[in-house]
Design a protein around this ligand. Sequence first.
Ligand code: SF4
Length: 397
Amino acid sequence: MDLAAPALSCLTPALESAGKPSLVGTTRAGLGQMLASIGVPPSEIRMRTAQLWHWIYYRGANSFDEMANVSKVLRAKLDAQFSLARPEVIAEQISSDGTRKWLIRFAPKDGEAKGADVECVYIPESDRGTLCVSSQVGCTLTCSFCHTGTQNLVRNLTTQEIIAQAVVARDRIGDFPGMKVPEDGLMPTEGSRFVSNIVFMGMGEPLYNFDHVRDAVSVLADGEGLSLSKRRITVSTAGVVPQIPALGSEAGAMLAISLHAVRDDLRDKLVPLNKKYPLRALLDACKTYPGASNARRITFEYVMLKGINDTPAEARELVRLLKGIPAKINLIPFNPWPGAPYECSDWERIERFSDIVFNAGYASPVRTPRGRDILAACGQLKSETEKLRARARLASD
Ligand code: SF4
């Protein structure tokens, strides 16, 4: 990959409208409540919600004036009380390989002195576009290979803030009808949409923010709005075992496990959550994951760390451990970040590892590192948000 200096542009901020709550990112129930609060009669709530839903999530409307099938009177009422503001985009970086990273700032909440920053990454390929969203600001976990893990948790993102990342991304890449498509980087050329897949692999542990992630998945997958197939929405966890069944039964999302080691002693170091939920418990939860099948395989992420977890014996043990689980394995060459305690495995090592896994019958793509020049690759996300100590660990921590 060409490691040319990234294009960095500071963008005009502020789609935040003077104190008016935004409807962007709201659930159907939330929209209904907002409509009721401005006097829309109960008998009309459902129909009006459907109209707003279409304009916000299907068309990406930026102003109430665009909503041609909504009466002028209601548009004026909506405009007086609400906005269609997106969170502020502080900066956009475009990698030489077309990967885009946005630093997104959410307005302060609950007495916060300043807004919360998260990063959101778009990875275009010829036949798909994958958006990697964050679920928390920072992270309580401290996976030793992960740059984000060096930032303490600031807070959970709300459902609205998670969905707003997808709306902002689609704005930026012209993925709503009639919007201008950027010409300054690779975009998918096949298929009808630029964001075809969503992965919860940005900042944070999604299953420590379960309710908001579940509700966000339902909005992302709503067929009358953003309309992403649940088969193309993947939630990645470091292994919060008690929440895994609910992810399948309540959200219906695809599951990815940040595995990275085949022995508890090593995984305790790489993914310290393993001390609480060791491999046996994690793999048992995977075996019974609701909806898993050969057509809906669980992804196991395995970062290749030189001299740490990359021997042929470990590849064979990986195959043994995953027996009975409909699985695919993503081998991820380690993406270094400043001060990282690991190096990426040699290429021959990765190929040998991949061959063993492949010969055992598993798809084992080696994920091409993307966006390395803008620190947008896996495990490299870390915003500059003030690092506040988490006041309380979250429910299941
Ligand atoms: S890999 Fe995920 S869970 Fe682990 S520290 Fe990084 S963001 Fe947190």
